[in-house]
Ligand binder design. Structure first.
Ligand code: FES
Ligand SMILES: [Fe+2]
Length: 266
């Protein structure tokens, strides 16, 4: 069993030979609320950040933070612990800690200043520049991806989508020229397209945390790359992970009336 960190909110609680190898400062164009939500969200790591995290499996999570396995054989893990205005991430291999990263957060009213200190264990002076570069490049990519996700989520949260349960999408002849087009029904957004089987309305917003849905490689499914959830279009049910209450709901009923296409909530 790996070490479960004692006194996680003290610096260097395992008494390692830690050296400060890099610092990173940036203003994130997202509110402090979105940033904390993102910090506690371990589930997005191998999906949104798939170029940086190859594997991630939950061991334990709570208001204190989370602990995830970083290898399928459970030989490595990350632990994140939160404090009022800062959090710390420690990385371990075989129960042995090798890094400690402190991030300090400051509310700037709609944006958030972050200040990050990277400490590595047993770093020789000739390796310091390479390790520093690696951390700075990694955090640039991670925060770029997080910032885009947080902004998109905020935009979706602020949106007032049409609550109507029936919408006239217009003349069929006109739709054929314009499709694919987006429309709203029952506060959801769909992409309307014409396929060999007829008109199809595909949901575009993930019911989990409002990420963008994309057509999956599996026929009849859509996938969200924020946390990797996959949904069956016919039933609306979440296929992966199977134990979530998230659902798309049933697709709207599309019918033709006097040359017009009508979408009705089911
Ligand atoms: S927002 Fe989380 S899987 Fe879509
Ligand atoms: Fe992230």
């Amino acid at each position: 069993m790996p070490v479960v960190q004692k006194n996680p909110l003290t610096k260097n609680p395992n008494g390692l030979d830690l050296k400060l190898v890099a610092t990173y400062r940036r203003q994130i164009q997202a509110s402090l609320v979105r940033v904390w939500e993102n910090v506690l969200d371990w589930e997005h790591l191998p999906h949104l950040h798939d170029s940086s995290f190859k594997y991630c499996e939950l061991d334990e999570a709570g208001r204190w933070g989370w602990r995830v396995w970083s290898d399928p054989d459970h030989s490595g893990h990350f632990e994140l612990a939160v404090d009022t205005d800062r959090y710390v991430v420690r990385a371990y291999i075989g129960g042995q800690q090798f890094s400690e990263i402190w991030t300090f957060l400051s509310d700037r009213g709609g944006s958030t200043d972050i200040s990050v200190e990277f400490y590595a264990a047993g770093t020789s002076d000739d390796k310091r520049a390479d390790i520093s570069k690696m951390y700075l490049n990694l955090y640039q990519v991670l925060w770029d991806e997080d910032e885009t996700m947080m902004q998109e989520r905020q935009r979706r949260l602020d949106q007032q989508r049409d609550a109507s349960t029936e919408v006239n999408l217009g003349e069929i002849a006109l739709l054929r020229e314009k499709a694919p087009i987006r429309f709203e029904l029952n506060r959801k957004e769909y992409l309307l397209s014409e396929q060999a089987t007829g008109w199809v309305a595909t949901p575009t917003i993930c019911p989990h945390l409002l990420g963008p849905l994309e057509i999956s490689e599996e026929p009849g499914q859509v996938r969200c790359h924020w946390h990797g959830y996959v949904f069956d279009l016919q039933s609306g049910k979440c296929v992966t992970p199977a134990d979530t209450p998230c659902s798309l709901g049933l697709p709207p009923h599309l019918m033709v009336q006097e040359g017009q296409l009508i979408a009705v909530k089911r």
